[in-house]
Design a protein around this ligand. Sequence first.
Ligand code: NAP
Length: 324
Amino acid sequence: MKAIRVHEFGGPEVLRLEEQPMPQPGPDELLVRIHAIGINPVETYIRAGTYARLPELPYAPGNDGAGVVEQVGANVSEFKSGDRVYTSGSISGTYAEFALCKKEQVHPLPAKVSFAQGAAMGTPYATAYRGLVQRAGAKSGETVLVHGASGGVGTAAVQLARARGLHVFGTAGSEEGLKLVREQGAHEVFDHGAPDHFQQIMKATGGHGVDVIVEMLANVNLGKDLTILAKGGRVVIIGSRGPVEINPRDTMQREADVRGMILPNTPPREMASIHAALVADLENGTLRPVIGKEFALADAAEAHRAVMKPGATGKIVLVTGSKK
Ligand code: NAP
C-alpha cells in the first residue's frame, strides 16, 4: 500500500509517499481501507518537530480518516468487512491507503455522509463537542462566541451549538469565511481581523456579555475575551500559538473561568460518549461537515501548507482515489 512517512522533522517536504507493507489486524483491531483523510494543524506542529509530544522517527502521520472496513480481528464483533466508518486515531497512521485501528478508534459512518465529511469527525468535531459540551457545559439559551468559526473545529462548534439551542456568534477573517459561518448556523458573524469586533460582540449581547467562548487563538484573544464575558462566563481554550497577557481582575467580578483542553486527555468513557453523540447527529442530519479543500494523498505537503494559511473555509482533506 502507499502511505506517507516522515523520516526527519522539518518543512512540509518531509512528508514522503512510500510503498509500505499492508498492516495485519490483531484480535482487537481493524484494517480500514481509507478513502479520505483529515488534515489537522497539530499534524504540522508534529511534522515540524515543535510539538510537546513527538513520535519516534520514522513515523506515519494521521489520526482522522474515513473509508470502508477491509478486515476485522477475531474479537471485533461491532464491525464487519464492508462497513462504512470514520476513525478517531490509528495505530499505523491514516495518511495512507489502509490504516490499522483499535476498535474504539472506529465509528460508523451513515450512508448519507461522504467519506471526505467523515474525515472531519475524529479530531475537529470531537474537539468541538468536548470543548462546548463537556468542558464549557454550554446550555441551551446561553450565548456562545465561536472565536475562529471558519475552520474545521469552528464550523463543527457552530453546528453543534446551534442544534443545542444556543445563541451563536461566530468569527472569521475573510468574506468567504463569514458567509460560511452564517450558513453553518451562526445568528451573527464578526470579522476577527477588525480591532473593534469585541465591542461589536458586546453590543450584540445588549451589554450582557457572552456566556461561553470557544477560543481557537487564545494567544491573540484571551485578554480581550475576558472583558466580554457575562457573569459566570467560561472560556474554553482550544487553540493557542504563544503566550498572552491577561488582567486576572477581569475574571473576578464575573466569577469567570478559563478552561483548557486537549482532546487526547479525554477519558475513554467520555470519548465514547462524544462519538455516540456525533454519530447520532450525523444520522439525524444536524451535523454536515464542510469540506474547504481536497488534495491527493501524494500532495500531503500542499495540504500542510494550506492548513496553516488564513482564510479557512471548512476542513482540508486528502483523498486516496480508492473506489472500493
Ligand atoms: P483550521 O481549520 O486551520 O482553522 C483555524 C481557525 O482559526 C480559522 O477559523 C481561522 O479563521 C481562525 N483564526 C485565525 N485568526 C484568528 C483570530 N485572530 N482569532 C480567532 N480565530 C482566528 O484549524 P482547526 O482544525 O479548526 O483548529 C483550530 C485551532 O485549534 C488550531 O490552533 C489547532 O491546533 C487547535 N486544536 C486544538 C485541539 C485540542 O485538543 N485542544 C484539537 C483540535 C485543534 P480565518 O482563517 O477565517 O482567519
